[in-house]
Design a protein around this ligand. Sequence first.
Ligand code: NAD
Length: 356
Amino acid sequence: MKKFEYMEKHGYEQLVFFYDKTTGLKGITCIHDTTLGPALGGTRLWNYEKEDDATLDVLRLARGMTYKAAAAGLNLGGGKTVLIGDASKVKSEAYFRGLGRYVQSLNGRYITAEDINTSTKDMDYVNMETDYVVGLEGKSGNPSPMTALGAFHGIQASLEEVYGDMTIEGRTFSVQGAGQTGYYLIGYLLEAKAKKIYFTEINEQHINKVKKEFPEVEFVQPDDIYGLEVDVFAPCALGAVMNDQTIPQLKCKIVAGTANNVLEDEEKHGNMLKEAGVLYAPDFVINAGGLINVYHELQGYNREKAKRDISRIYDRMRDVYRLARENDTHTQQAAKLFAKERIKTISNLRANYIKR
Ligand code: NAD
């Protein structure tokens, strides 16, 4: 792959390849943009078939983190690390301490955290070699309830946009996936007196947990979730669930949940939803609660302060929707404009010299 061409096209700052001869650790860290602050993004361990697959993945993921942090109002840039290897074979104390040493060598330009196939326990080893790691055991805790809380505020903003009233009470919902985030979202919606909630799941344990704890929530089969007559469909499971097959089935007014990469094709399906009169809550804005929560570790963690910041997702969503209206564009596009605008404004603001 033509790495420099790709970096130039999307404004990347740094791409670092590292190999540790003691443990066989093979990884790539990408720093996309540090205009707003240090690049933060988790470390993903994956058995990539080709080095170029890993490179492209880290480049894309790091760029996504730049937009996510910017739209969340955080003073963070976007970065990511991918490690190439089989998670069932490579993990050890030395492996993650090795990673910590490479993170440290970037001198605070990049801060790591857990991601797919890496855990808080692994990050404790990373922390033995660097301070530039968040999401540690005993600090900000499990991010999922906070991601769900952010989505709850994002749903309120979406209701306000569509109905001119953010009240959950009296509204109806369908939730796809009752895992780490969907389960908590169902809880928040019930607490706010949602009129009716449907959910779907494929994991028996998760189905039984919801049925037991929230008997008023109705289970439907996975394929039946899209066509329900509800106000809000909340995707909290997989990516690419808004596509050519599912969008024509929708009878809801709003698609707003925790899942990443909900639109199979951002341009095409963003526009399809807009044309169908369905408001789409951009994934990286509405699901930033976990990131906001972990960011607070860098400032000395305070749960109430973190929750206050997460509640501002409401305002950010309102701003994104206004931008979409003003530019007559789909909301995913508007969210990117919103993030880029913040990066540009803050960078211009710093153009004059001030002695500190
Ligand atoms: P999870 O794995 O805990 O939960 C997902 C649930 O969806 C599982 O219970 C799974 O059985 C279920 N599921 C899978 N396929 C399904 C299908 N076809 N129909 C119905 N249910 C299905 O994951 P999570 O942490 O809740 O994350 C959900 C989504 O939110 C993912 O896209 C993730 O990237 C995104 N996200 C999560 C966080 C977080 O803090 N956990 C933060 C940002 C984004």
